[in-house]
Design a protein around this ligand. Structure first.
Ligand SMILES: [Fe+2]
Length: 400
């Protein structure tokens, strides 16, 4: 990237760094059991909550038990379970109509990233029903708190239960975009690991590597603070210690609890310090080829870290020390490369492919690279800025 464009990017990121301090986003209050929810509703004067979920999650035993408990206590609520991956404008409109017609006054999201993101988008609609979601696209367009919102994640990866972002898709234009606003951060996150007890290994692997990527991109970028570094390092350490055990056995209570907490901690870090080109590229590739987010992320992570080269050595060497991958006395370069090798090893152990294996077609390279460049530049405070051609080169390498 040329020097003028780079200077523009760094100035832009500097302004956002200052804004972040002023905005002072909340960290959700953390609970660990669905059973805590009725008293939270009572304390917050919720008369008729809407439970947003999907057809699989709603049938999990802990969720069914929770619903039975609500009925036995005569707590008034409604459920909406028609949430599909990559929530569309139309699906959010239907969700809002349901919320409105049933006179709901607060939101409980139980699910993965799509359910929580759809619930945040529902919150936006309740504030300005006459507007389409395009109105909220970008940064700080929501303006005030959405109705009382509790998020219960059912995967250990997205961190959506603590982030400012809701990713939605305008199905008419195929525009997949984020609404980013501190008012979308849930008031409460319920980290109830019983919900993750039967998660398939494939999901554990890819969502876990997504959480690791949130933490490492936040940590090696230029917008980290003491707070985000603390959360990111806690997350990376826990993922190193527990992801593989969780992958091998989802009934391992210690591994499961630690991964759920790591995902939350990584979310706290990246929603303040941002992600980097791994996410910019994964959003483009995942959007065009309809590949799961975590899978794209896990494949891309080592390639992007390699492309940062010596610009990321110092921070990656710190990660190596944290994860105890090499002797602390080794050079920064050796330690940085050890982190990349460890990531490749984790992918391999968890049966994540080491590349896109030729699935990405040459004809799409131009679009993918320019879409990624648009997302990453100037917003993401990455260790090294890439232009479109450099991003194309990363995609080519990751596609062999
Ligand atoms: Fe992610």
């Amino acid at each position: 990237m040329n020097i003028f464009k780079r200077a523009y990017c760094r100035t832009y990121q500097g302004i956002f760094r200052i804004a972040m301090k002023v905005l002072n986003f909340r960290i959700p209050e953390v609970h660990h059991s669905l059973n805590d929810i009725p008293s939270l509703w009572e304390m917050n004067h919720c008369k008729h909550p809407l439970i947003v979920s999907d057809t699989i999650i709603i049938n999990l035993n802990p969720v069914q038990n929770f619903l039975t408990e609500l009925k036995s206590k005569n707590i008034s609520f409604d459920t909406y379970i028609d949430i599909k991956p990559d929530p569309s404008f139309e699906s959010i409109e239907r969700l809002y109509q349901f919320y409105n017609e049933h006179n709901c006054d607060c939101i409980l999201a139980i699910g993965g990233g799509s359910v929580i993101d759809a619930s945040k988008a529902l919150g936006c609609k309740t504030l300005k029903p006459e507007k389409t979601l395009d109105h909220f696209k970008g940064v700080l367009k929501v303006g005030k708190d959405i109705p009382y919102f509790i998020a219960v994640p059912t995967t250990a990866g997205t961190g959506s239960e603590t982030t400012v972002a809701s990713v939605v898709t305008n199905e008419k234009t195929n525009d997949k975009f984020a609404i980013n606003d501190g008012h979308l951060i849930p008031q409460v996150a319920v980290l109830d690991d019983a919900l993750l007890e039967n998660l398939p290994p494939k999901i554990i692997a890819t969502t876990g590597m997504d959480a690791f990527t949130h933490a490492i991109e936040a940590y090696i970028g230029h917008s980290g603070t003491k707070l985000t570094d603390d959360y990111a390092t806690k997350a990376m350490k826990a993922i190193k210690d527990h992801l593989y055990d969780f992958y091998l056995d989802s009934h391992n209570d210690i591994a499961r609890k630690n991964m759920l907490e790591a995902s939350f901690n990584a979310g706290v870090a990246f929603t303040r310090a941002y992600v980097g080109y791994v996410h910019a590229l994964a959003h483009s590739i995942g959007g065009v080829y309809h590949m799961p987010h975590g899978l794209c992320i896990a494949i891309l992570l080592p390639y992007v870290l390699e492309a940062y080269g010596k610009n990321a050595y110092k921070k990656l060497a710190e990660v190596s020390d944290l994860l105890e991958l090499k002797e602390k006395t080794e050079s920064e370069e050796i330690k940085a490369k050890a982190v990349i090798s460890w990531i490749k090893e984790m992918n391999q152990k968890m049966n994540i492919p080491s590349s896109f294996e030729g699935k990405i077609q040459d004809k799409d390279l131009e679009f993918l690279a320019s879409h990624s460049a648009k997302e990453g530049n100037p917003l993401y405070p990455v260790p090294k800025e890439f232009n479109k051609e450099e991003l194309k080169e990363i995609i080519r390498k990751a596609n062999k």
